[in-house]
Design a protein around this ligand. Structure first.
Ligand code: GAL
Length: 330
C-alpha cells in the first residue's frame, strides 16, 4: 500500500513539474500610437503599411507591439485630439507625421508634458520643436530636387527641346508648408543652373501632393503655354501621374516633345520610366525611413538614447536603373 502511495505521489509530482514547464511567461506588450497627416496620400500609404509590417516582423514570444494608426485627415485639430487620446490611453511611444509643421508645438508640448517619447516622421519641423526624447526621421529634400534637375541636365539636349538656349519649365509644388516642397522646387532648378543651363519658369503652383490637382494644374499650364513647355517638374509622383494624364490629353509625347519628372518612385512611375512615359523620378525610400522610425521607437522603449536626426538617402531613377528599383520595391 505504501509503495502504491509513493508511486502516486511521484507521478503527481512529475505532472505538476511538466505543467509548470509549459506555463508561458506573459509577453510584454508595448502600446504604440501613430498619427499620419493624411491616409489619402500614395507615398504615406506605402510608408505606414511598411511600418506596420515591420513592427509585426519584430515581435517575439516575449515582446508584442500593439500599434494603432490614426488618419489625421489633413486637419491639425484632429491630430492634436488623436495625440491627446493616445496620451490618455497610456501609449508607451508615439510616431507622428505632422499635419502642419508650423504648428508642431501643439503636438510637441503635449508629448513633452506627458513624458512620452516621440518619433517625428516625413514632415520636418523647426529644430527648436524637437525636444528631449524626440527625434526626426526623414530624407533631405535638397538631394531629391538636385537629382530631378540632374536627370534633365544629363539628357542629350539638356532639356532644351526647341534648341533656343533656354529650358522653359513648369513647377507643380506639394504643400508649400513642407520643406520637401520648398527644397525640391528650389534645388531642381538650381541643379540645372549649376550645370550652366539657362532656365525660365513659365508657371509655378501648388497641387498639394495630389494627383487630381496635378492633372488640373498641368492641363491649365498646357492650355496657356502649349509647346513652350519643355520640362514639367512635379514635387512628387502622384502629381506627376496627374501631369501625365494632362500631357496625354494635350496630345504631347513625353521623351519627344516634353519631359516629365517626379519624386517617390511609386511602382507605377518606375514602370513609366521604363516605358519612356516619364523621364525620371527619385526614390524616396519609404522602406528605409519606416524601418528607421520603428527602430527609433523601439530604442526609446528600451531606454536607449536616439540621435536627434536620422536621415535616409534618395536614389535617382532613370530608364537605366528603374528595373532594379522595381525589383527592390516589389
Ligand atoms: C513627401 C512625398 C510626397 C508626400 C509628402 C507628404 O516626402 O514625396 O509624396 O507624401 O511627403 O508630406
Amino acid at each position: 500500500m505504501k509503495k502504491v502511495l509513493a508511486l502516486l505521489v511521484a507521478v503527481l509530482l512529475v505532472f505538476s513539474f511538466a505543467a509548470c514547464g509549459q506555463q508561458k511567461t506573459e509577453a510584454k506588450t508595448y502600446k504604440v500610437g501613430v498619427t499620419i497627416y493624411q491616409f489619402d496620400d500614395n507615398f504615406m500609404t506605402l510608408y505606414r503599411n511598411e511600418m506596420e509590417a515591420y513592427f509585426k516582423s519584430l515581435e517575439t514570444d516575449a515582446v508584442k507591439y500593439d500599434v494603432t494608426i490614426m488618419d489625421a485627415a489633413n486637419d491639425m485639430a484632429t491630430q492634436v485630439e488623436q495625440v491627446n487620446t493616445f496620451i490618455a490611453q497610456g501609449v508607451d511611444v508615439l510616431i507622428v507625421n505632422l499635419v502642419q509643421t508650423s504648428s508642431a508645438e501643439q503636438v510637441t508640448n503635449l508629448v513633452q508634458e506627458a513624458g512620452i517619447p516621440c518619433v517625428l516622421i516625413n514632415r520636418e519641423p523647426a529644430e527648436e520643436f524637437i525636444g528631449e526624447n524626440m527625434c526626426y526621421v526623414g530624407a533631405d529634400a535638397r538631394q531629391s530636387g538636385t537629382y530631378q534637375g540632374e536627370i534633365v541636365a544629363e539628357l542629350e539636349n539638356k532639356g532644351d527641346i526647341n534648341g533656343d538656349g533656354v529650358v522653359k519649365y513648369i513647377m507643380i509644388m506639394g504643400d508649400p508648408e513642407n520643406t520637401d516642397a520648398q527644397y525640391r522646387t528650389e534645388y531642381s532648378v538650381k541643379a540645372l543652373q549649376d550645370a550652366g543651363i539657362t532656365v525660365e519658369c513659365l508657371f509655378q503652383q501648388t497641387g498639394n501632393w495630389a494627383q487630381d490637382q496635378g492633372q488640373e494644374l498641368v492641363a491649365n499650364a498646357l492650355a496657356s503655354f502649349g509647346n513652350d513647355i519643355e520640362v514639367v517638374f512635379c514635387n512628387n509622383d502622384a502629381m506627376a501621374l496627374g501631369a501625365f494624364q494632362a500631357i496625354q490629353g494635350a496630345g504631347r509625347t513625353v521623351g519627344t516633345d516634353i519631359y516629365l519628372l517626379g519624386v517617390d518612385a511609386l511602382t507605377e512611375c518606375c514602370q513609366m520610366v521604363l516605358d519612356g512615359t516619364m523621364t525620371g523620378t527619385v526614390l524616396n525610400d519609404h522602406i528605409a525611413q519606416s524601418h528607421a522610425a520603428v527602430d527609433a521607437a523601439i530604442a526609446y522603449l528600451n531606454g536607449e538614447t536616439v540621435e536627434k536626426y536620422i536621415w535616409a538617402n534618395y536614389t535617382k531613377v532613370t530608364a537605366e536603373n528603374a528595373q532594379e528599383i522595381l525589383d527592390i520595391l516589389q
